[in-house]
Design a protein around this ligand. Sequence first.
Ligand code: 6PG
Length: 469
Amino acid sequence: MQQNTYEFGLIGLGVMGRNFILNVSDNGFKAIGYDLDIEKVNALIEEGGDVSKINATNKADKFVEAIARPRKIMLLVPAGKVVDTVIESLLPFLDKEDIIIDGGNSFFTDTDRRETYLKDKGIHFFGSGVSGGAKGARIGPSIMPGGDKEAYTQVQPIFEAVAAKFKGEPCVAYLGPKSAGNYVKMVHNGIEYGLMQLITEAYDLLKKGGNATNDDLQTVFSNWNNGRLQSFLIEITAGIFSVDDTLSEGKLVDKILDKAKQKGTGKWTSQNAMDLGIPVPTIDMAVSMRELSALKKDRIAADAIYAKPKSELRDKNDLEKKMEAALYFAFIITYAQGLHQLADASEEYKYNLELATIAKIWRAGCIIRAGLLEDISEAFEVNQDLPNLILSPNFKEKISSTLPAVREIVAFAAKQGIPMPGLFSALSYFDAFSSARLPLNLLQAQRDHFGSHTYERIDREGIFHTEWE
Ligand code: 6PG
């Protein structure tokens, strides 16, 4: 294997890694992959066809030596300890100024720790979110790099070439210092959890409240995808309803166990939002519903105890129309919550995030890509300091016009006992966010009553305490 030949190295030749490196090679960059698993190494060599353009090895020293300096090495390995282990295994062979990029879903504070650790050794390290699943990695993901800007500049031509394009613009941009890239990807995933939960609620409502069949649902979601709900998640959902089961009669979707798994990025988004003090209840609900879904045994027991309300069917077309508006509203609110969290995190962690840029690089390639992101990027372009989309003049009409339908769907679902916690939370969040006065004055009184925690007044400055009894 020739030394100093390849322009890009990739570690972790699982589906994502293999697809990403093939994408790099397709774009004219010589690349080499590394994995301890010789089968994965051989599979890449075979698929690549020409080892002078794309090669692979299971030897760390050979891998590092084959890359031209300063080396650009990207990790696509599971988040957590594996990342540290891989970094340690590379260190003996690296030279100063080499660049390591972590393309996995690493927790952002881990990225900060690794950047500091490697800086002391003269190695540039930055974290970069990569979204789009296996297919995205192959044909164009959305890429969210942050960290060492100078190091990023060296990788920029490769990333811009491999990224998804929206009207010719690459869906990648330097987002900010330190762990900005991983943080933005984490919130991307939180929004992803929210949108996915909302889609399951629409599915449930149309089935239970409108007697929709899988064929109907396929048509409804396809129609929705041709309108303002156009998005990757709505598109794949339409497709899911048409897939037959190969092991028994009927559609596959009906045979899948209703217990959701998670790898943790949505939960991290919620946890960190709590730390920051920024409400993201629709994302919180999406995490809780995955947890609730896992309690299958208890759910079955409770189902047997409690009678359901008498079901009342609604006109299918009317329900679809109103549900479309409600989903559009809840999508807006979910993006609003996630972006509000990003705005606050940007202050707290000094990321200097530009929300318009983030919305732009989410317009293609990533899992939460949606037509709506074009409007969102415009709203933040008009006002960079917009605290929340709800306050954008561009969104006033979009939100207001959906509200009657949202309220009707929520009321109907509540009456029918159809759980829609994502939609309910989005509506309550909106109603609270747009209330000049909330009943939390009473809560302050309670705190002062039992714990002398004090309160402020609406009519004069100062801190007050009352002997309530
Ligand atoms: C993406 C996805 C990707 C992954 C999720 C799945 O942007 O390409 O978000 O990162 O599919 O992490 O997460 P869960 O396993 O937690 O659903």
